[in-house]
Design a protein. Structure first.
Lengths: 315, 311
């Protein structure tokens, strides 16, 4: 008796789930019917305007290139294991090209090697795969499309030095340690500051790319170094958090804040004169160029190993 | 009990059939191997979580312990300590963190939520402190082989997960420890009054959860060839989801590790299927949430029906 009733329940559950999957299948068939070659863009996250812009850039040329574009991302920017799972799953789907923004430059190498083994060309966008680790694992990347973050850091550093008139003290908000993007920006910034010789970085701490952490870290820095005259954040999200902390301390007039990424909120803060400058990358262009490279790779045409995307100072 | 698991198993089967119809890429041998390997990461943490939840507790620290055990192994390997000793040390870290949770709960009389929340922060902080926030990479090939070598066509993480499930299934169904765990979850006071050392067994249960987290750390190290101090964030919630989808009651006393295995598989199959179908990442989160809730609703309905009839 018990088993009869519960098996009826189970049957109901089975039916419901199958129906759901069937509905998904119907959507999927629609996509399959066009029979375009599928390419995948795997991002770090979709909770960041930068990557949403990159997706938009890629989508804008998908139709004209005749490609079906699949965009996927882990929920958390730092979740390399999830990103690797997404790549593994997409490789099962026989995509033609994998466009990847690595969540971890070294950690994602095994996933790149798996794509190589499946004979799927890999295009890295924005963030590089660690060259030494990749070589050691015997993997390869068809092309890298992105900005020179170190150059951007230098640009920001030169601007800060100029704005300070060659004297002052600087605080820095770093990204997650070990992330090549943030490390490169930091290297460039430090190099430019060191070159000037007359200004010094008195505090440099990570706020893990996050706004609320940047707020707290900046508050603490202001306690320890009340005389700070400039702050450089390795991304705009942290710069915006720092702005709030600086405003709360009543030091907005005293401190020049420079960010990186030129997000909408940062541009707005610059127009309102709350923030001094930011470095503009062009994620939309990165997405577009990645798709063009993918189309060329599918046709068997050659692509250059490095495709720089320009950067500029927004002030 | 077996009836409840069959309900979850049918859910998994239905999901697989649905995906088999929906996409030609799902039901291939290589994708099955892929899904199994992916389920190992959360599956193993979820085994430990099952033990804890069966006693009516919760362990929020597992994700942080994964990171701490991982960076301890990574740091030791960088100091040229031999692989077996480094792995052993990592597992000891996991067991110690778990046992510390257990002692805070049994001796310190802290609610499990609070004790493990504290450990979650402490272990994460230690992992960051130990590495200065930076990932450690470059390990001996022998460690990489855990993820890349296949034995009988099945990869290391899958062997690891399946053998742990087999062992813990036997522990749960055939040993005194297993019986006591169900008894504690069913009625802790009565169990204590019948002369069983509840404190001791509860401490063991949290130590098992810490051990499971350290095994997961080894798999992550092997898969990513890197020990990250920020690894494992959110794993506690994924593990709890696998456990409850598998039909284990959060109140304790009822459920099984077999159910958890099925729960972990449902989560992996779902994520895999949604990736294969190219479903938007936002919609994926919604879908996974809905499945968790529906699975538990169906399970509870089945359970109530079964109880009414049994009476």
């Amino acid at each position: 008796m018990m088993s009869i009733i519960s098996s009826r329940r189970c049957l109901f559950a089975l039916l419901a789930i199958s129906l759901g999957a069937g509905a998904l299948a119907a959507c999927n068939r629609g996509a399959d019917a066009t029979a375009k070659p599928a390419v995948a863009l795997v991002l770090k996250t979709l909770n960041n305007q930068f990557f949403i812009d990159m997706e938009a850039g890629a989508r804008s040329v998908a139709d004209s290139l005749g490609l079906e574009l699949i965009v996927q991302a882990p929920e958390r920017e730092i979740d390399v294991e999830k990103q690797m799972q997404i790549v593994e799953n997409l490789l099962q789907r026989q995509i033609k090209v994998l466009m990847l923004v690595p969540s971890g430059s070294k950690e994602i190498v095994p996933a790149v090697v798996k794509a190589n083994a499946a004979k799927i060309p890999v295009v890295t966008v924005d963030t590089r795969v660690d060259a030494a680790t990749l070589a050691a694992a015997g993997g390869s990347v068809a092309t890298f499309i992105g900005s020179d973050n170190e150059d951007g850091g230098r640009m920001a550093g030169a601007f800060v030095v100029e704005r300070l008139g060659g004297r002052g003290t600087i605080a820095v908000l770093e990204g997650i340690p070990g992330h090549e993007t943030g490390d490169a920006r930091l290297r460039g910034f430090r190099a430019a500051v060191a070159k000037a010789g007359t200004v010094s970085i008195v505090a440099s701490q990570t706020a893990n790319w996050e706004r609320d952490q940047a707020f707290n870290v900046t508050q603490n820095m202001l306690q320890a170094h009340p005389d700070i005259t400039a702050l450089f954040a390795c991304n705009d999200v942290m710069a915006l958090g720092a702005l709030e902390a600086i405003a709360a301390a009543g030091k907005s007039a005293q401190i020049t804040v420079v960010g990186f990424d030129a997000q909408d909120d940062a541009r707005k803060a610059i127009t309102e004169k709350r923030m001094a400058a930011t470095i503009a990358q062009n994620p939309r262009e990165m997405g577009r160029m990645a798709m063009i490279a993918a189309a060329r790779l599918i046709k068997g045409e050659s692509v250059s190993a490095e495709q720089p995307v320009g950067i500029s100072l927004v002030k | 009990m077996a009836n409840r698991e069959s309900g979850t198993a049918i859910g998994l089967l239905a999901l697989c059939i649905g995906l088999w119809i929906a996409t030609p890429y799902f039901a291939t041998a290589s994708n099955m191997a892929n899904v199994l390997e992916q389920s190992a990461v959360i599956g193993i943490v979820a085994i430990g979580m099952t033990f804890v939840i069966l006693t009516g507790g919760i362990d929020l620290s597992v994700g942080s312990v994964v990171a701490l055990a991982g960076v301890v192994i990574g740091t030791l390997l960088q100091q040229r300590v031999s692989l077996p000793i480094a792995l052993l040390a990592g597992m000891l870290v996991g067991i110690s963190a778990g046992a510390a949770n257990g002692l805070m709960i049994t001796v310190g009389k802290l609610p499990p939520f609070i004790a493990t929340l504290g450990m979650m922060s402490v272990a994460r902080g230690l992992a960051l402190l130990l590495t200065d926030g930076r990932p450690i990479s470059g390990f001996p090939d022998a460690l990489r082989a855990v993820a890349t070598q296949r034995v009988l066509g099945i990869s290391g993480p899958v062997w690891c997960m399946l053998s742990l499930f087999a062992i813990t299934h036997v522990v749960m169904t055939r040993t005194v420890l297993g019986r006591y765990i169900y008894a504690i979850g069913g009625n802790e006071e009565a169990t204590a009054m019948s002369g069983i050392d509840v404190r001791r067994y509860k401490t063991i249960v949290y130590a098992i959860s810490g051990f499971a987290a350290s095994v997961c750390a080894v798999l992550l190290l092997a898969r990513l060839n890197s020990a990250q101090p920020i690894a494992g964030i959110g794993y506690e919630l994924d593990a709890i989801a696998a456990v409850v989808i598998g039909g284990t009651s959060l109140l304790g006393g009822s459920g099984s590790v077999v159910g958890t295995l099925i729960g972990a598989l449902i989560m992996s199959v779902l994520r895999n299927g949604l990736n294969l179908l190219g479903v938007s990442s936002y919609l994926q989160q919604v879908t996974i949430g809905v499945v968790i809730v529906v699975a538990v609703l169906v399970d509870m309905a089945l359970h109530r029906r079964a109880q009414r009839i049994a009476r």
